[in-house]
Design a protein around this ligand. Structure first.
Ligand SMILES: Nc1ncnc2c1ncn2[C@@H]1O[C@H](COP(=O)(O)OP(=O)(O)O)[C@@H](O)[C@H]1O
Ligand SMILES: Nc1ccn([C@@H]2O[C@H](COP(=O)(O)O)[C@@H](O)[C@H]2O)c(=O)n1
Length: 201
């Protein structure tokens, strides 16, 4: 079963995804759309800073679609890895199929080809002020960004692309949840996953 978890940057997608993983451990495989950002190692760091990472064209979604199809067919994939601090791809890793696959990312419901492969579509909702505050804390601590760069990127690309491409995908969601620390939503997903795991025993 494929679960897609979308929502704006800082909404709590990773938090929710990690909570599912914590419950089901090795039965769950997480694939992050972020790992499919295109490589720009030919550009300078200054040039890479100004790329629009919130536009669908920034991601190699066709490769993700192929990988999901392979996993559904029971085949392993060579998944790219991404480094946010350098904006570059950083090698790859071999991933083996699992019964439950979670696809996570701001634009995971944007591509029709990808949506068609997803069984449960979730959209994590959160107020934009909460999202940017969380992003500031996370990106300064974990992604090597300055406050100035985060504010500049938010106004130039993150906010307009959210309005144009991310927010409209909530209409495709089967479930819209309020934040990533949502215990009731987690219980619903847990029940569904348990039934799928039991079916296959
Ligand atoms: N409901 C919440 N309350 C407080 N902090 C939260 C909440 N949800 C997420 N966070 C924190 O906000 C940051 C961004 O959350 P994350 O799950 O990584 O968002 P996303 O994957 O959607 O960008 C993380 O540091 C996370 O711990
Ligand atoms: N080199 C990059 C690539 C992406 N981003 C930003 O990441 C955001 C998506 O990740 P979340 O975990 O926040 O959902 C997206 O909004 C891009 O702006 C980046 O800053 N640098």
């Amino acid at each position: 079963m494929i679960i897609g978890i979308a929502g704006g940057s800082g909404s709590g997608k990773t938090t929710f995804t990690n909570a599912i993983k914590e419950m089901f451990k090795e039965d769950v495989l997480i694939i992050r759309h972020d790992d499919y950002y295109k490589d720009h190692s030919n550009l300078s760091f200054e040039e890479k800073k100004h790329i629009n990472y919130d536009h669908p064209d920034a991601l190699e979604t066709n490769l993700l679609v192929e990988h999901v199809k392979q996993l559904k067919d029971g085949q392993p994939i060579e998944k790219p890895l991404y480094d946010f601090s350098t904006h570059d791809r950083k090698g790859s890793e071999m991933i083996f199929p699992k019964k439950i696959i979670i696809l996570e990312g701001i634009l995971i419901l944007e591509s029709k080809a990808l949506r068609n492969l997803i069984d449960i579509k979730v959209y994590v909702d959160a107020a934009s002020d909460e999202r940017i505050l969380r992003r500031i804390l996370r990106d300064t601590k974990k992604r090597g960004r300055t406050l100035e760069d985060i504010c500049d990127q938010y106004l130039k690309t993150v906010r307009p692309m959210h309005e144009k491409y991310v927010e409209p995908t909530r209409k495709y969601a089967d479930i819209i949840i309020n934040g990533g620390m949502n215990k009731m939503a987690l219980e619903l997903i847990r029940t569904k996953i348990e039934s799928v795991l039991q079916e296959e025993v």
